[in-house]
Design a protein around this ligand. Structure first.
Ligand code: SAM
Length: 272
């Protein structure tokens, strides 16, 4: 049998289609999500409904965003799910989660077995709507989950760790082997829960500054901060913030990156 065909659908590589086929894993994910009636549940990439069906059994209504026109059409005529679903046949990268939360008058609970080719930009898109989201559960490459939860000093700690931890509390939920999908991906996967912070302990005035500093520092992670950040901070500025200029990007905490971002906001360079 062609292993790219699942339930009569030919899996499209360009849409990152790897369908869950493992009922133990599916049950574990649904238990982790704990969907409840009266919540606004949004699934990204429902595909053939592996997660949509068991979640849909627990609620009266849910919303799905699916880019693949054939799969969206299949869901529309699904025997028991069809009437419960609000289907957006579109790219989740262009979905306005804040407008949807406003329309529903509630924070959103978002989940999905994400297409791995766009999972990082999609998470950044969702972080920009963190204030409209109650929580998120995502299946990702295990290596991405490792980066999300990594702390200072570890090899996996990078820009994604700092940005994600700035927005959310991050809790790994479960590891998933390649055989749990059809077709099987080449990498291990894992499910993670992300809970946007209700209040920011160390808010930054301008998130673009945090984004820029982390990109600059981790873009040259082998260099000392004195060198990697020399275009943004003088040695005396780092000193004034009690940041040791001989450290490297991976040694700074999220709080210290926030401190750097706010210093830049308070000291705009001429022309900004
Ligand atoms: N949820 C299903 C499952 O667990 O078996 C399918 C998961 S599959 C890894 C990813 C799904 O996301 C596919 O159905 C794919 O068509 C859809 N998808 C891919 N890119 C998308 C995008 N930009 N926006 C929304 N859905 C997308």
């Amino acid at each position: 049998m062609n292993n790219r065909v699942h339930q009569g659908h030919f899996a499209r590589k360009r849409f990152g289609q790897n369908f869950l086929n493992d009922s133990y894993i599916i049950d574990s994910i649904v238990s982790a999500i704990q969907p409840k009636k009266d919540q606004v549940i949004v699934e990204i990439g429902p595909g053939l409904g592996a997660l949509t069906e068991p979640v849909g059994e627990k609620v009266d209504a849910m919303t799905v965003i699916e880019l693949d026109r054939d799969l969206a059409a299949r869901l529309k005529t699904h025997p028991f799910l069809g009437p419960k679903l609000t289907i957006f046949q579109q790219d989740a990268m262009s979905f306005d989660f804040a407008a949807y939360a406003r329309e529903k008058g509630q924070l959103l609970r978002v989940f999905g077995n994400l297409p791995y080719n766009i999972s990082t930009p999609l998470m950044f898109h969702l972080f920009s709507y963190a204030g409209a989201i109650q929580d998120m559960h995502f299946m990702l490459q295990k290596e991405v989950v490792n980066r999300l939860v990594a702390g200072p000093g570890s090899k996996a700690y990078g820009r994604l760790s700092v940005m994600a931890q700035y927005y959310c509390q991050i809790i790994p939920v479960l590891e998933v082997p390649p055989e749990s999908f059809t077709p099987a991906p080449k990498v291990d996967s894992a499910v993670v829960r992300l809970i946007p912070h209700a209040t920011q302990a160390h808010p930054v005035k301008d998130i673009r500054k945090l984004s820029h500093i982390t990109a600059t520092a981790f873009g040259q992670r082998r260099k000392t901060l004195r060198n990697s950040l020399s275009n943004l901070f003088s040695a005396s500025a780092l000193d004034a913030m009690n940041i040791n200029a001989t450290l490297r990007a991976e040694n700074l905490s999220v709080v210290q990156y926030c401190q750097l971002a706010n210093w830049l906001s308070a000291h705009p360079t001429p022309g900004e």
